[in-house]
Structure formats: structure tokens, C-alpha cells
Unconditional design. Structure first.
Length: 298
């Protein structure tokens, strides 16, 4: 049965902005996060403590978290790839972080410069230190259906990486269609493979919308009993190491789907649409979230 209550994880400030070619001023990032929290988003991924040479746009994450006003009831996780990143995150006062791995070998090498096996070895002390510091931990598995370098990905490889992240102490595992190329049946197969090893309450789905399948894939996932979805306001983003991939499924489009199906989210669609139009204007691009544009025009 479909869940009646769904939690959205807003990744716009991180996944959305990480690929922007021009630096986004810190004040704009802070205002974006604040507007999203005011709209009712309760999990907002706000930065990444990764190599600034690889992802220059996230280089100000330390400064951002030091300035970010925290709202009660809202968590603001960031990506952490290694111990250096975790230490920086702890210094900046984070209480939740996300670890990330790939289900495919090629993307692992291009994204984090090591094999899947080595990434798990590298993350073990990161997870242990994070748990000892009382942080909550999320895990990401990328390339759950296809990899830009290796092609098709076996659902068993996804399940294996998801389980390993859970073993490291990740409460929630987000399964990422990094390329935005998956269609509903392949999504169902992946969820079923992972759900044989992990309870569905611990699985989140992370859809990019490159081929326009984000909403269809979300519906398939809801029917598989998944109740947590990642999205990005205005459909911002893409990954610098997955050439051609576009942004996450737009938060605005997801809200239209979920509310139309009677799933509660606690999020105000109009406030998200106003925010989506605002950030798109700040980035100098047309506002691309269709449900948001329609709401503003209505
Ligand atoms: P490396 O490439 O192996 O090189 O790094 P390194 O370890 O020699 O480090 C390179 C430089 O970065 C060094 O500086 C390090 O000190 C520094 P240098 O000596 O050259 O001056 N460095 C750091 N600086 C700040 N914070 C750190 C840090 N670590 C090293 N934490 C590493 C390996 C994993 C660090 C690197 O490859 C990296 O940062 N990769 C991250 C790439 C990334 O952020 N990708 C996008 C996010 S993943 C994604 O978008 C997918 C997702 O959305 C889900 C989906 O859609 O599938 C989550
Ligand atoms: Mg992503």
C-alpha cells in the first residue's frame, strides 16, 4: 500500500548547486536554505565537505554551516567523503552527515577516485567517528540502474552496497538514479532487491529527471512502499562526474504528485514555488519546475 505520509529530503542547496558553473554567493545559499525551511522542508542537505578542487561550488560549506541559523525540527546534513571532511563538518557544528558510494565501479573511480571496495574501507572509520560523536548518518548509493562509465548495473550490486552502508551505521539509505535514465520497472526491481536485505522504512529514493521519469519513478516507488524521497527545488542541479545528467526531480513536481495522491508532506507548495522562481532568477536561468510555474500562473 502507498504511504499516507511522505518525507522529502531537499537536496537543492547541495546536489542542486554543486554543478553551477558560477560561484553562488554565500548569502544566496543561506537565504535559499532559510526559505526552504520556512516552506516546511524538515531535511535540507545544505553542503558537502569534499575536495574543493573537485567541487569548487561546495568549498564554502564550512562557512555556510557556521552562519546557518538552525531551526528546531529541521536537520541540515552534508556529504562527507573521508575523515578530513568529517572533521570539518564536526567543526562547523553539524549533527548529521551523509556518506556516499557507488553501485558501479566506473562512477566510484570518477567521483571519489577509488574502487567500491576501497570506498567502504575508507568510510568505516568515518562512520565510527561520526557515530561516536553522536551524529546521525545517511548513506547514498549512486548509479542504481545505470552508470555513465559501465552501463547497466545489477540490482544485486546495489543491494550489496546498501547493506554495507547500513552495516556502517547509516539509518537511511538513499538509492540514486544518478543519470536520471531509469524507468519504473527497473526502479521496482532495485527496490525489491534492496528490500530483501533492509526494511523499506530505511530506504529513500533519489531521482534525477534527465529523461523526464522522476515522477513516474516516484509513483512506482510509492507503490513499493517507499516513503522518503530526495528532490531539489526548481529541479536544480546535476553531478559534475555524471556528464549530461540533469537535476533532481523538482520538489514542486513531487509535491503536486504527493498531495494529489493524498500523501501528507507538511510542505507548502506555493512557498516552494516562490522559492524556486527566486533561486532560478538568482542563477540567471528560466524557472524549470513545471508544477511550480503552473502554481504561480494560476
Ligand atoms: P582524491 O581525488 O583521491 O585526491 O580525493 P586526494 O585525496 O589526494 O585529495 C585531493 C585534494 O583534496 C587534496 O588537496 C586534499 O587535501 C583535499 P591538495 O593536497 O591537492 O591540496 N581534500 C579535501 N579537502 C577538503 N575536504 C575534504 C578533502 N579530502 C581531500 N574532505 C575525495 C578523494 C573523495 C576527497 C575526492 O575525490 C572528492 O572530494 N570527491 C567528491 C566528489 C563529489 O563531491 N561528487 C559529487 C557528490 S556525489 C553525487 O552527487 C551523487 C549523489 O547526489 C547521489 C546520486 O545522484 O547518485 C549523492
Ligand atoms: Mg544526486
Amino acid at each position: 500500500a502507498r504511504p499516507t505520509r511522505v518525507r522529502l529530503v531537499e537536496t537543492g542547496p547541495r546536489d542542486g548547486l554543486q554543478n553551477e558553473p558560477m560561484p553562488v554567493p554565500l548569502a544566496v545559499k543561506l537565504e535559499l536554505i532559510e526559505r526552504l525551511a520556512a516552506a516546511g522542508l524538515t531535511t535540507i542537505e545544505a553542503g558537502a565537505f569534499v575536495s574543493p578542487k573537485r567541487v569548487p561550488q561546495m568549498a564554502d560549506s564550512g562557512a555556510l554551516y557556521r552562519e546557518l541559523p538552525r531551526r528546531a525540527g529541521v536537520s541540515y546534513p552534508a556529504l562527507v567523503p573521508n575523515l578530513a571532511g568529517l572533521e570539518a563538518a564536526l567543526e562547523a557544528g553539524l549533527d548529521s552527515v551523509a556518506l556516499f558510494v557507488s553501485a558501479s565501479e566506473g562512477f566510484s573511480q570518477h567521483n571519489i577516485a577509488c574502487s567500491r571496495a576501497d570506498s567502504l574501507v575508507r568510510l568505516a572509520p568515518v562512520a565510527a567517528r561520526a557515530r561516536a560523536a553522536g551524529l546521525s548518518l545517511r548513506g547514498y548509493v549512486s548509479c542504481i540502474v545505470a552508470c555513465p562509465y559501465d552501463g547497466a548495473v545489477d540490482p544485486a550490486a546495489v543491494a550489496e552496497m546498501a547493506l554495507r552502508l547500513a552495516d556502517l551505521g547509516c539509518d537511511e539509505i538513499s538509492l540514486g538514479d544518478t543519470l536520471g535514465i531509469a524507468t519504473a520497472d527497473s526502479v521496482r526491481r532495485v527496490i525489491e532487491a534492496v528490500a530483501r536485505r533492509l526494511p523499506r522504512e530505511r530506504i529513500a529514493m533519489h531521482f534525477h529527471d534527465t529523461y523526464g521519469q522522476g515522477i513516474a519513478n516516484t509513483l512506482a516507488s510509492l507503490e513499493e512502499g517507499i516513503a522518503t524521497f530526495d528532490s531539489a527545488v526548481a529541479g536544480l542541479g546535476g553531478c559534475p562526474f555524471a556528464p549530461g545528467a540533469s537535476g533532481n526531480v523538482a520538489t514542486e513536481d513531487l509535491l503536486h504528485l504527493l498531495h494529489g495522491l493524498g500523501c501528507e508532506t507538511g510542505i507548502d507548495p506555493m512557498a516552494v514555488a516562490v522559492t524556486g522562481a527566486w533561486i532560478s532568477a538568482r542563477l540567471g536561468r528560466p524557472y524549470a519546475a513545471r508544477a511550480g510555474r503552473a502554481l504561480l500562473a494560476a
